[in-house]
Design a protein around this ligand. Structure first.
Ligand code: SF4
Length: 428
């Protein structure tokens, strides 16, 4: 979502004549979009802003903007701490960055802009976030915020309550992206399954998927993130029904221990989760699955951790994003007792990641000899005449081919498997 917001700001600033530079010294404006979901990300922001002080003193006309979740969370604390900072813009103010810069030109003083709410939709074709470097895939936000209040999560406090964009706006954004060459769209929301609540037109998430299938000519459609408690049978069936929808689901489970899931306020048990995975695999046996998991939640015992490992071994995810728990301000778990030491969290994470690395590699290995449809995204990082793309299940595949294939769906025979990618031969 931050990537989407950054692209949007890039477009807003381009419309005002700015160009992107890779060199800080050449910049007239430095826009820092921030994440506060983990403590480490927040620390990195503050240390980066601190390091810009020297640059600003050499170039007083430089404008430094901090936006996003850390901006929303800290507000004036940031301008108080960093007097070289020009603008602090909250999560619901990102669309106003251009106007705020204009105001700052006229009246150069520190400003903190944390609007309670953004107009439902400030999307304009000129601030279309469609110019990804590959131009083949693009994110589109369909909703923001979350009402779930998992006890460890800062999102409801910094992104606010759930707000869905209207289907008409989403459709016109996707159609504009198509005109700029995008062939695959990733729909974004903290909990896409509850899309549509509060809209005047009665639309569910599956209705939205069906409209996109009908009213666009995308090659592929993906979405993230789903909450296990809200994953419906209707959505599972949509994977089989809609040809455009990739058979790939990111479904965070966070812990395999029912006791920990309860204190996390996740509202499902490990057996509820496993049942949904079974249902999904019955409907689509070749479903690609990824997930998020956390180790070291307050009170997590060795037994709880073993339950997590057990769930991983049972599901055998294609890919897993794993993290150590860290206290976040405003959240309930911040005040929980029985915090787990850094050392134990580190040990558990290493153990879990080794298990998943083995599973990921074995799953990649099982792809050898198969034919896969690959959406070509561009030149492979290795160069050497190789191009790269993704399978429907989101595996990266590198193979020899011409850049004229970019944006096309091609068939590739998988010849070799690695830890994080596959190598193949272009068949057609
Ligand atoms: S559902 Fe996701 S975004 Fe919402 S509170 Fe829970 S972890 Fe945070």
């Amino acid at each position: 979502m931050n990537e989407y917001d950054s692209l949007r700001v890039q477009r807003i600033l381009s419309a005002r004549g700015y160009e992107t530079t890779e060199t800080l010294e050449r910049a007239d404006v430095i826009f820092i979009n921030t994440c506060s979901v983990r403590e480490k990300a927040e620390q990195k922001v503050q240390s980066f802003v601190g390091r810009l002080r020297k640059l600003k003193s050499r170039k007083p006309s430089l404008k430094i903007i901090v936006a996003g979740c850390v901006a929303q969370q800290l507000g004036e604390k940031l301008t108080e701490k960093f007097d070289h900072l020009d603008l602090v813009v909250g999560t619901r103010g990102v669309g106003a960055v251009g106007d705020l810069l204009d105001q700052h030109e006229r009246n150069p003083r520190q400003q903190v802009h944390l609007p309670e709410d953004a107009p439902e939709d400030t999307f304009q074709e000129q601030d279309l976030p469609g110019k990804l470097s590959s131009k083949v895939t693009a994110p589109v936000t369909i909703m923001q915020g979350c009402n779930n209040f998992c006890t460890y999560c800062i999102v409801p406090y910094v992104r606010g309550r759930e707000r869905s964009r209207s289907p008409g706006r989403i459709l016109s954004e996707i159609q504009a992206l198509e005109r700029s060459g995008v062939r695959e769209v990733l729909l974004l929301g903290q909990n896409v399954n509850s899309y549509g609540k509060g809209l005047t037109e009665n639309t569910s998430f599956v209705d939205l998927l069906r409209r996109i299938q009908k009213e666009t000519r995308l090659l592929r459609l993906r979405f993230t993130t789903s909450h296990p408690k809200d994953l419906t049978q209707e959505l599972m069936e949509a994977f089989a029904e809609l040809p455009m929808l990739c058979k790939n689901l990111h479904l965070p489970f966070q812990s395999g221990s029912d006791r920990i899931l309860d204190t996390m306020n996740r509202k499902y048990t490990s057996s509820d989760y496993l049942k949904k995975i079974d249902q999904l695999r019955t409907i689509c046996p070749d479903m690609g699955l990824s997930s998020d998991v956390m180790v070291g939640f307050p009170g997590e015992t060795e037994r709880d951790f073993e339950d997590t490992l057990q769930l991983i071994e049972t599901v055998r995810f294609d890919n897993l994003f794993s993290f150590q728990y860290s206290d976040r301000p405003l959240t309930q778990s911040n005040g929980f007792s029985h915090k787990i030491s850094r050392e134990v969290k580190g040990r558990r994470l290493t153990h879990l990641q080794a298990l998943q690395a083995q599973i990921t590699f074995e799953k990649n290995l099982s792809q050898t000899g198969t034919l896969q449809k690959v959406l070509v995204e561009g030149e492979s990082r290795s160069g050497q005449g190789q191009i790269t793309g993704k399978t429907e299940q989101n595996r990266a595949v590198n193979f020899c081919g011409s850049l004229s294939e970019v944006g096309k769906l091609v068939t590739v025979e998988i010849r070799e498997a690695f830890s994080h990618s596959l190598k193949g031969r272009l068949v057609s």
